[in-house]
Write a protein that binds this ligand. Structure first.
Ligand code: NAD
Ligand code: ZN
Length: 246
């Protein structure tokens, strides 16, 4: 295959604050399916069937079956070069680096990123609808159709932010976006709000905005420098350029 030619007008310095937003596309090369590339399906399910509070109310066992499979699947999934490139970026920038992910697959922490905000929750966790306590999936009995709380026996639900729910850590995210010098969005279609509007918040606060995606995202008019292609191929090279390594 031809080696993609990468050009960028930006260079990062240690004092630059860089905020990164990732979506399902960054995990595609690890073998996890995205929504949009799949006609709005997550694996073989319509999102309304498995990723809304209404779906859980209607058929908690079906929703649990879906997330149990997603969780168990993670054992075989590894971070790809795009995830590892973001670890290099964090090593260079230290506390000036923030990674916000819409993904629930845990691959950013598996790769080694520390300053990480999982705004849509995590497949590794669940919480009790009665006493609100959080548990790791590894701590509960997953064999039950609808797993129950080890403390109060209430119903547990996956710690995933479903459509129609408010994402986690929005105050912290807004603060980071207001003070960032660069905003990068990687592997995200720009359809899912509020994440789709982060680029606008960053831009209104004078950040430079950069996008990497297989297709043009919906909000591409707000991106100063757009790289169309696979994150696993482009991001490591771009980060080398931004860090002056070539
Ligand atoms: P999305 O599915 O709407 O969009 C993914 C985007 O990634 C698409 O625009 C596509 O062109 C692009 N893409 C595909 N392969 C790519 C690659 N190799 N490199 C770069 N870009 C690539 O995803 P979204 O915007 O994150 O929104 C979907 C929602 O679904 C999120 O809330 C997320 O929580 C959830 N979700 C998560 C996972 C996961 O955790 N891995 C998987 C599917 C869906
Ligand atoms: Zn409980």
């Amino acid at each position: 295959m031809m080696n993609a030619k990468i050009k960028t007008k930006f260079k990062f310095q240690k004092k630059d604050r860089v905020t990164v937003l990732t979506g399902a596309g960054i995990s595609a090369e690890s073998g996890l399916k995205t929504f949009r590339d799949n006609g709005g399906l997550w694996e073989t399910h319509q999102v309304e069937e498995v990723a809304t509070p209404e779906a859980f109310e209607k058929d908690a066992a079906l929703v649990w079956r879906f997330y149990r499979q997603r969780y168990l699947q993670l054992a075989d999934v590894k971070p790809n070069p795009a995830h590892f490139a973001l670890v290099d970026l964090e090593k260079f920038l230290g506390d000036n680096f923030t990674l916000i992910t819409q993904n629930v697959d845990g691959l950013h922490s598996k790769a080694g990123n520390k300053n990480l905000i999982e705004m849509h929750g995590s497949l590794q966790k669940c919480f009790c609808l009665s006493c609100q306590q959080k548990f790791l999936m590894s701590e509960i009995n997953l064999m039950k159709k609808v797993p129950s709380c080890p403390v109060c026996k209430g119903d547990l639900r996956p710690d995933i932010v479903w459509f129609g729910e408010i994402p986690h850590h929005m105050d912290e995210i807004t603060l980071r976006l207001r003070h960032t010098n660069y905003f990068l969005m990687i592997g995200t279609s720009g359809y899912v709000y509020p994440a789709a509007q982060f680029v606008q918040i960053a831009r209104l606060n004078a950040a430079k905005t950069i996008g990497i995606n297989l297709e043009k995202p919906l909000n591409s008019s707000l991106i100063d420098e757009f790289h169309q292609g696979k994150a696993g191929l482009f991001l490591p090279k771009l980060i080398d350029c931004w860090l002056n390594k070539n």
